[in-house]
Ligand binder design. Structure first.
Ligand code: XLS
Ligand code: NI
Ligand code: NI
Length: 441
């Protein structure tokens, strides 16, 4: 029985089950069978699907041009404490009906911010007690928590990179409370997404000083969390822009360079969001590959962009090609380190029925399930891997191997080149690789 709260918010919708690809029931998984074992793990274990509190229970269909289109029953109480409990009831009802085990949150998704820091702290304690009880009853867990240091007007010039110290300190207080809340809810990880950590114009920005401040801010945040017993991983979530013109955590490569510069690479990994990758002019697969190459593929914010426009549309993932290519990287790198797949996605402004949020998550989960099943078949029963590895076979032995092992200097390369006469124009076989992908999709 899915209903965990006192009243049912998603009336008329029962538990979402796996019914297989021939099912005509729109409220059933067609491909996501949580217990299906692929490459040695169940799909549930591979993905750890999480619901994003902000999009699913707070976002009401607003856009920069329009007022809310979705009104939620759980928002009806004028008392912020009651409203937060109602929202938690709705969230737990939804998550358990979906059969998912995780959610992700910002501090003030859980409860409305107070007018002072102390009031906010009281409110967060109040709601985390309530949510912890619900976690005990339902088994629902926190994949990661984070602090919203971007919505409040005081952060218009940045949070940890604000040119004024007292605003930075205020962001620090907020991160402390968000960490306390994450720890109280047994959160497995903690995210930093630097929405306002960047610049609008370099004419008025001391970039080096702001980056030093960010490095120091993350260092003391980590130290505080560790001193409170937090064992999880910290994630940086790169995004190139929006809301700032230029965000400091532009993409995965930039974020990894930053973490290494400030000595944070042991505690931090990367949370990759699909639409942020495409905003940075990269593919999702590219970002996963960069993170995996440094052993820093931590978590995924699953969504998709729109190829006809240039902002973060946060649509639910449904691009099977894109996700299958991503799952090739995912499987080959051994999956996510500590994280999971968080649906950081929102239904469209004109999706106003109570079941739309179910269709969205069902589609997202089915998309990932299909993609990993395909990717596993490509890796285990096609010539893909052999062809892939074959491109590098001249480094497997002889002089190539010596080069890889650091045994050759530049003069050695010169001597080898003098002796080489014929250079073969070896095909990259891209079209054949593409056909393999197509065959298994
Ligand atoms: C916004 C980000 C944000 C983070 C959490 O673009 O995706 O939602 O995931 O702060
Ligand atoms: Ni995100
Ligand atoms: Ni986003």
């Amino acid at each position: 029985m899915a209903l965990i709260g006192n009243r049912e918010y998603y009336k008329g919708i029962g538990d979402i089950n796996f019914e297989g690809k021939d099912s005509s029931n729109p409220l059933a998984f067609k491909f996501y069978d949580p217990n299906l074992v692929v490459a040695g793990k169940t799909l549930r274990e591979h993905f750890k699907f999480a619901v994003a509190y902000w999009h699913s229970f707070c976002g009401q269909g607003t856009d920069p041009f329009g007022l809310p289109t979705q009104s939620f029953l759980w928002d009806s109480s004028k008392d912020p404490l009651q409203a937060a409990k109602d929202k938690a009831d709705a969230a737990f009802e939804f998550i358990t009906k979906m059969g998912f085990e995780y959610f992700c949150f910002h501090d003030f998704d859980l409860i409305q911010e107070g007018s002072t820091m102390l009031e906010s702290e009281k409110r967060l304690l109040y709601i985390s007690d309530y949510i912890s009880e619900k976690q005990k009853k339902s088994g629902v867990k926190v994949l990661w928590g984070t602090a919203n240091c971007f919505a409040n007007p005081i952060y218009m010039n940045g949070a940890a990179t604000n040119p004024e110290f007292n605003i930075l300190a205020r962001a620090g207080a907020q991160v402390k409370l968000a960490l306390d809340t994450t720890i109280a809810l047994n959160g497995e990880n903690y995210v930093f997404w630097g929405g306002r950590e960047g610049y609008m114009s370099l004419l008025n920005t001391d970039m080096k000083r702001e980056l030093d401040h960010l490095g120091q801010f993350l260092t003391i945040s980590r130290d505080y969390a560790r001193s409170q017993g937090f064992k999880g991983t910290f994630f940086i979530e790169p995004k190139p822009m929006e809301p700032t013109k230029h965000q400091y955590d532009f993409d995965t490569a930039t974020a990894i360079g930053f973490l290494k510069e400030y000595g944070l690479e042991k505690d931090f990994k990367i949370n990759i969001e699909v639409n942020h990758a495409t905003l940075a002019q990269h593919t999702f697969q590219h970002e996963l590959t960069v993170a995996a190459s440094s052993g820093m593929l931590g978590s995924i914010d699953a969504n998709r962009g729109d190829y006809q426009n240039g902002w973060d549309t946060d649509q639910f993932p449904n691009n099977l090609y894109e996700t299958t290519e991503a799952m090739l990287v995912f499987l080959q790198s051994g999956g996510l380190q500590g994280g999971g797949v968080n649906f950081d996605a929102k239904i469209r402004r004109n999706s106003t029925d109570i079941d739309d949020i179910f269709h969205a998550h069902i589609g997202g989960a089915d998309n990932f399930a299909r993609a990993i099943i395909n990717a596993d078949k490509i890796l285990s029963s096609s010539k893909y891997l052999e062809l892939f590895e074959n491109r590098y076979k001249t480094f497997d032995s002889g002089k190539g191997k010596e080069f890889e092992n650091g045994k050759l200097n530049l003069k050695d390369l010169y001597d080898i080149a003098l002796k080489s006469k014929d250079y073969k124009l070896t095909s990259g076989k891209q079209e054949m690789f593409e056909n393999i992908l197509n065959q298994f999709i």
